[in-house]
Design a protein around this ligand. Structure first.
Ligand SMILES: Nc1ncnc2c1ncn2[C@@H]1O[C@H](COP(=O)(O)OP(=O)(O)OP(=O)(O)O)[C@@H](O)[C@H]1O
Ligand SMILES: [Mg+2]
Length: 585
């Protein structure tokens, strides 16, 4: 896991992490120094001569001997206290600086990570979104924080381990048996963790993410079906389902919480046992209280400092295990390279002008062996309005999605003004506007809904107003700042559709696709809507479920089971098919 994390990092971030490591190292050093200084201070207070005798290096010993004999005891004490204070001051200043630096580092890393996953999803093809549930993608986006935590945990762990090692060394200098005992206990803990606890955590971690996903999915469905829930009186059903998912999620989390909460008592009890043991052994060895006090002070201070470290470390270890599956997924799918979002480089840009020729086009959705589009051959000429009719499921929407490259066709070719497109090729039809029945409007102003990411300039408001007027929405022309609500819930269904038309017109398309655009419109508005389309005078493909739409068509294609089975003018169809109406509804 750490390896794949490191392959993600670029040099700049690696350097920063190195710097943070270095800072943490200094913090650890001062931690040990400051804790070690207190028992030494105590020894100094009780018996300065004896303390100096314990110094191993001769020249330092001489220096301190001189120091002790040079002036009176109060002056010395002042110097010693000043030293003590300075050590603590430096330590805390470094800790403060480290935290500030880390906070800024975190901000950058988090933004980088989250945008990286978001951009990855943005650059996926439409088919990816057909095959992946939004709730799962939301869950992944939401869990991205754990990668940052992994980096932070690494840094913190390094510091804590260094501190622990330092303290164990100091204790070892005073009495190596105690250090040995501590190391032994540590090893036992680690082995137990690896063979007993880790597996349980991974198992429940996986479960907890599964239920997070189900819960998000349910919430999505709940908002989407609120009207059906109310009408069908199904509140209780959804309420129970939600309770069940939440319960299961919390159950999976219980094990994680139980294990975390067990860490502290176990570590604490072990420490106190060590203390008691040490005191007993010393008393049996016949040492005096005065001799024991500095060591006991060192031990207590070390335990007070080590305890939280050990608890943090163990809990960190547990966290990593618990989240390991999600972490693996994220590490595989993110990058830490700072870059602007780029559209796929191999995307061909098509500036449509004249004619579309479709030859032998076929397509099937991934999971289905059956072809949803079969051997389509058709030519669409400049400024032609082409209607597509056919029963439900005959492939009308799929065909438009194939031509617009939302779905990449499997075999055949499409030729735009002589530019040939091959199966699975990426391209973008630059001057296409595609209006669907289920247009998704942003919970934003009319202006931003029409702009939809286009740059604003001094003319854009005028252009927005004229698009609104053309689309039959004069009433909104002076209300560009009106917020239309979630999915346009603060305006009518028909107005939603007309706003979709205004957005399409605003982009000055050369070609326009319409998938059942008029279903929410009254008769008169529908006529105006269709007339507006006709007046645009541009190449148009319109999927028609109402016969009025066919009145504006120059040519009609009849689809059946993925194929075009007939084509001709409206009169031709009316004459040939007595049951013509059944193909529309
Ligand atoms: N995501 C999908 N995965 C698998 N099969 C699909 C998918 N979407 C559509 N299909 C199938 O492809 C065929 C064509 O569907 P399409 O949506 O193009 O029909 P349509 O003519 O637009 O129908 P409607 O008039 O109801 O909108 C249908 O048989 C449908 O079941
Ligand atoms: Mg359709």
């Amino acid at each position: 896991m750490f390896k794949s994390l490191f392959t993600l990092l670029n040099t700049k971030i690696k350097n920063e992490i190195l710097l943070l490591f270095f800072l943490n190292f200094i913090v650890a050093f001062f931690e040990v120094l400051s804790i070690g200084s207190i028992p030494i201070f105590l020894m100094y207070m009780m018996d300065p001569i004896n303390l100096v005798e314990k110094i191993p290096l001769d020249f330092i010993k001489e220096f301190f001997k001189n120091f002790l004999s040079s002036s009176d005891i109060f002056k010395n004490l002042k110097t010693v206290l000043f030293l003590l204070f300075t050590i603590f001051l430096i330590k805390n200043l470094i800790i403060l600086f480290n935290s500030i630096y880390q906070a800024f580092f975190n901000r950058r890393i988090s933004t980088l990570l989250a945008s990286s996953l978001f951009n990855k999803y943005l650059s996926e093809d439409y088919i990816f979104f057909i095959n992946n549930k939004p709730s799962e993608l939301i869950k992944n986006m939401e869990s991205i924080g754990i990668v940052r935590s992994l980096i932070t945990m690494m840094l913190v762990s390094a510091k804590e381990i260094l501190t622990i090692v330092g303290l164990i060394v100091i204790i070892g200098v005073s009495d190596f048996k105690i250090s040995l005992l501590m190391i032994l206990l540590g090893i036992i803990f680690m082995i137990m963790h690896k063979y007993k606890i880790a597996g349980v955590l991974v198992y429940y971690g996986k479960k907890s993410y599964k239920y997070t996903e189900s819960r998000l999915s349910l919430i999505n469905d709940f908002f989407g079906s609120i009207i059906d829930i109310k009408i069908n009186n199904k509140e209780k059903f959804f309420s129970n389902l939600f309770k069940r998912y939440f319960w299961s999620y919390e159950s999976a989390r219980i094990i994680d919480k139980l294990i975390s909460s067990m860490v502290r008592p176990i570590v604490e009890m072990t420490s106190i046992l060590i203390m008691i043991l040490v005191i007993f052994v010393f008393l049996i060895e016949g040492k005096t209280f005065i001799e024991i006090i500095p060591l006991i002070t060192l031990l207590s201070l070390s335990f007070i400092r080590i305890l939280p470290s050990v608890i943090t470390l163990l809990n960190t270890l547990n966290r990593i295990k618990f989240e390991s599956n999600q972490l693996k997924y994220l590490l595989k799918n993110i990058s830490l390279i700072e870059k602007e979002f780029e559209n796929k480089k191999d995307k061909k840009v098509i500036n449509f002008e004249e004619k579309i020729e479709i030859n032998n086009l076929s397509f099937s959705y991934l999971e289905k062996k059956i072809k949803s589009i079969k051997n389509i051959n058709v030519t669409i000429n400049k400024n032609e309005v082409v209607g597509i009719i056919g029963k439900s499921g005959s492939g009308k929407t799929t065909l438009l999605n194939n031509i617009s490259n939302l779905l990449k066709f499997d075999t055949g070719e499409i030729i735009f003004d002589g530019t040939k497109i091959f199966p699975n090729q990426n391209y973008i039809l630059k001057n296409l506007s595609y209006i669907r029945q289920d247009i998704y409007l942003l919970d934003d102003t009319i202006r931003n809904n029409i702009l939809f990411g286009e740059e604003e300039n001094e003319n854009s408001d005028n252009k927005i107003q004229s698009s609104l007027i053309k689309a039959g929405l004069e009433k909104f022309k002076d209300k560009l700042d009106l917020i239309i609500g979630h999915k346009g819930s603060k305006i009518s269904g028909g107005e939603n559709q007309m706003l979709g038309l205004a957005r399409a017109i605003f982009r000055d398309p050369k070609i326009i696709f319409l998938d059942e655009p008029t279903s929410n419109l009254d008769y008169k508005t529908q006529r105006n809507y269709l007339q507006t389309i006709k007046n645009l005078g541009i190449t148009t493909l319109i999927i028609a479920h109402r016969k009025e739409a066919l009145n504006i068509c120059d040519k009609i294609l009849l689809m059946k089971e993925g194929s075009i089975v007939d084509q001709g003018s409206l009169d031709y169809f009316k004459k040939k098919y007595s049951n013509f109406e059944t193909y529309i509804n």
